[in-house]
Ligand binder design. Structure first.
Ligand SMILES: [Zn+2]
Length: 322
């Protein structure tokens, strides 16, 4: 049985490919972080190498080895220090030429392909151009546009979308035993990214960090230029934190927009509804909308390699006063 939550169309497509023995040699799974790309790729690797009739059974030796990362023919490759290096792709190329040891297929899952250096990407391209008949490459990336067009054109692209909030909430409760109230909050906060919701359900530090970041934002709204510039400077040293913070701020200001326009049913930060209502009265709709735009613009610029500190400084100065 396929274990993937949601993404039914993608599972169906892969099932059909398996059933008709027309599996592509390369797939590219795209979508936001923690949406289920790696889970889908691993599940497909199980379906390809499963020893049972009902593939993937999840029980046989092959399925369980793949689940535990110990199957010799299924490898997950990811960046070392946020970079996929040419040596990793060279090793892949050499190993891919050899026949599978235990399974029918050799499956290489390459995570966050956008982290590959130009040399690494070009090296992989050679494997993609003439893949050995027993090899399947599963690439993942946030978006196809971040990769070389020559790589994308050799892959079947499956663009995964965020899951419905209800789907996330239900599976948190049913599969991971999270209580209803917490599951509802996590599902809203996740923006349809089940991987994030599950991680946050198991690790309190994630929600604690959100609390801290929201409190810092409230505080910053009451502060002046010097404090805001200082915050931007301090934050700019940690790109991972910047991404998370922008995502959080955007969720907050979108919630304000919803609250101010009287449609608070869809808000994300349901545990802070009171503060949202107070702030929604304090700012004009135009003010809120402008800051949402500024947040989106900042996120876009950072994705496209703008100067982090400068971008954050501009954003912090634009944060409406408390
Ligand atoms: Zn199996």
């Amino acid at each position: 049985m396929w274990q993937v939550v949601g993404h039914k169309w993608a599972v169906d497509l892969l099932k059909r490919a398996l059933a008709s023995e027309r599996v592509a040699h390369a797939y590219l799974l795209t979508g936001p972080p923690q949406i289920g790309k790696r889970s889908l790729a691993l599940n497909f690797a199980q379906a390809l190498n499963c020893l049972d009739q009902e593939k993937p059974c999840g029980q046989c030796l092959a399925c369980s080895k793949i689940a535990h990362g110990s199957h010799p023919d299924v490898q997950v490759i990811q960046g070392e220090g946020r970079t996929i290096k040419i040596d990793q792709m060279r090793t892949l190329r050499h190993e891919a030429a050899l026949f599978p040891l235990e399974g029918r297929w050799k499956v290489y899952i390459i995570r966050q392909m956008e982290q590959a250096t130009a040399e690494a990407a070009n090296c992989l391209l050679k494997t993609l151009e003439e893949p050995p008949s027993h090899v399947i490459l599963m690439l993942t990336a946030s978006e196809a546009e971040a990769l070389l067009p020559t790589i994308v054109s050799r892959c079947q692209v499956l663009n995964l979308r965020p899951l419905a909030t209800e789907t996330v909430q239900r599976s948190l409760q049913e599969r991971w035993g999270v209580d209803a109230k917490r599951a509802q909050l996590l599902a809203r906060l996740s923006g349809g990214r089940l991987g994030w919701a599950v991680a946050a359900g198991q690790d309190d530090a994630i929600l604690d960090r959100r609390e801290k970041h929201l409190d810092e934002m409230m505080e910053l709204m009451g502060q002046g230029r010097v404090e805001r510039m200082g915050y931007a400077r301090q934050l700019s040293h940690n790109p991972e934190a910047v991404r998370e913070l922008l995502h959080l701020w955007l969720s907050w200001w979108r919630d304000l927009l919803l609250t101010a326009s009287g449609s608070s049913a869809g808000i994300v930060n349901i545990d802070r509804g009171g503060t949202l209502r107070v702030q929604a009265q304090r700012y004009s709709l135009a003010q809120v909308r402008d800051f949402v735009k500024a947040l989106r613009a900042a996120a876009w610029r950072l994705e496209h390699n703008a100067n982090t500190r400068l971008t954050l400084e501009v954003l912090m100065l634009g944060l409406p006063p408390g």
